[in-house]
Design a protein around this ligand. Structure first.
Ligand SMILES: *[C@@H]1O[C@H](CO)[C@@H](O)[C@H](O)[C@H]1NC(C)=O
Ligand SMILES: *[C@@H]1O[C@H](CO)[C@@H](O)[C@H](O)[C@H]1NC(C)=O
Length: 151
């Protein structure tokens, strides 16, 4: 049985801010899947900061096979930016409590043909501290964005 919950408007708009698909409100939240960030680098100049990293994660029944990709962006973008694998998107968010928080979304087709979204975040650099070169992002499945019409 699938546990049915309703996402808050805020969470949905955050997760889907760069998606063109209409959100479904019924989701099947999954357990935590660890995504591994390596070679995380950040470089700042008076014009702003740029960051880049590699990320990989295992296969998911909800969003597709194992993945590995390279992401880069700047802190002036302030939005989710597609990585080399465009189904993966990242945003580096400055927070007062947790320092620089790396938010990563992953979209893709699951084994049932539905297109789902997973999302997670983790501190990449505590406030005033250097960035961690590698860390783990605990990601969760947040539901299907569109449903396979052939079912
Ligand atoms: C995910 O990573 C955390 C922290 O590194 C670890 O404690 C946990 O056991 C990992 N979970 C899985 C399912 O690998
Ligand atoms: C990180 O994820 C948690 C939920 O796990 C959420 O409450 C929090 O707002 C997220 N942080 C950012 C910066 O998106």
């Amino acid at each position: 049985m699938h546990l049915t919950i309703t996402l808050t408007t805020t969470l949905l708009s955050t997760l889907l801010s760069t998606s063109h698909a209409l959100p479904q409100t019924v989701v099947n939240p999954g357990g935590i899947t660890n995504w591994t960030v390596t070679n995380f680098e950040i470089g700042c100049s008076p014009g702003g900061c740029t960051y880049n990293f590699n990320i990989n994660g295992p296969a998911s029944a909800d969003v597709g096979p194992a993945f590995s990709t390279y992401c880069s962006g700047t802190d002036v973008q302030q939005k989710l930016v597609p990585c080399g694998d465009q189904n993966v998107q990242a945003n580096l968010v400055p927070t007062t409590q947790d320092g620089l928080v790396l938010v990563v979304n992953r979209y893709g087709a699951g084994i049932n043909g539905n297109h789902g979204i997973m999302s997670g975040n983790a501190t990449a650099a505590p406030a005033g501290e250097p960035a961690y070169p590698s860390f783990v992002i605990p990601a969760k499945f947040y539901g299907d964005i569109f449903i396979d019409s052939k079912k």
